[in-house]
Design a protein around this ligand. Structure first.
Ligand code: FPP
Length: 236
């Protein structure tokens, strides 16, 4: 097997621990999310610096809809603020913004700002920043299965034609390569319904620190750890 490149092409991050970070400081949870948005900025810059091509961030899961309404509102307004403030900078940095998830569940104003930022940055060619919003991997795989079954019911697909490649082509992530490196903060050893299909061969690096404390140097450390590992994809 050929040597893997030392820089991953695609990094995916489960940004966990905003609430605990805030609690430790006696602050409301929304302050943890606000500080977490700063870490997002740091990571985009860090990925740009080292030539990462895709960065996927788990910003809002399908399960997050079950949080108190006030917290959902705070997260959506943070996202809107990020889109408002960051669009110009993404243009300067030549970063393309994309999103995966059940985007039609987002509030209309959030969705409009997202669509606007994606359209504006569509032709940018350096890093692709992919926000997972209202995202759940089981929901994604279910949607893909539903689309295959619809084709079969219409007589356009035979059971023997269903392959891993065909199923992958119906996932929200179909335009993007699978993540090489998955990072999770706050020390939990779970994948929490995130990119279950796509992380089959990803290297996983866990940080104990909470997401708002995650800095550029941590991302570089994760990449260094990744480059030390020998990936065999199940072969010898
Ligand atoms: C997990 O912390 C984090 C989230 C549910 C949301 C992530 C959102 C951000 C980092 C800010 C906004 C994002 C962008 C892209 C600007 P948690 O609340 O589950 O923390 P806890 O496990 O300590 O309670």
């Amino acid at each position: 097997m050929s040597e893997q490149p030392s820089t991953p092409e695609h990094i995916a991050i489960i940004m966990d621990g905003n609430g605990r970070w805030a609690k430790e400081r006696g602050l409301p949870r929304r302050e943890g999310h606000r500080a977490g948005a700063e870490s997002v900025r740091e990571c985009v810059d860090a990925c740009k610096q080292i030539g990462v091509r895709f960065l996927t961030l788990y910003a809002f899961s399908s399960e997050n809809w079950n949080r108190p309404a006030a917290e959902i509102t705070a997260l959506m307004s943070l996202l809107e603020k990020f889109l408002d403030q960051k669009a110009e900078e993404l243009m300067k940095q030549n970063v393309r913004l994309q999103a995966i998830g059940q985007l039609d569940r987002l509030p209309a104003r959030t969705r409009a700002k997202l669509d606007q930022a994606m359209a504006r940055t569509a032709d940018n060619t350096s890093l692709t920043l992919i926000l997972a919003l209202s995202y759940g991997s089981r929901e994604e795989i279910t949607d893909a299965a539903r689309s295959l079954v619809a084709d079969a019911a219409a007589g356009k697909l035979k059971p023997e034609e269903v392959s891993p490649e065909l199923l992958a082509s119906r996932l929200y992530t179909s335009p993007f390569p699978d993540p090489d490196l998955l990072i999770r903060t706050s020390g939990e050893l779970r994948v929490s319904n995130f990119l279950l299909w796509q992380i089959s061969y990803s290297e996983i690096v866990i940080f104990k620190k909470f997401w708002p404390d995650f800095k550029q140097t941590d991302l570089f450390e994760a990449v260094a750890e990744y480059s030390r590992r020998h990936r065999r994809f199940g072969a010898l």
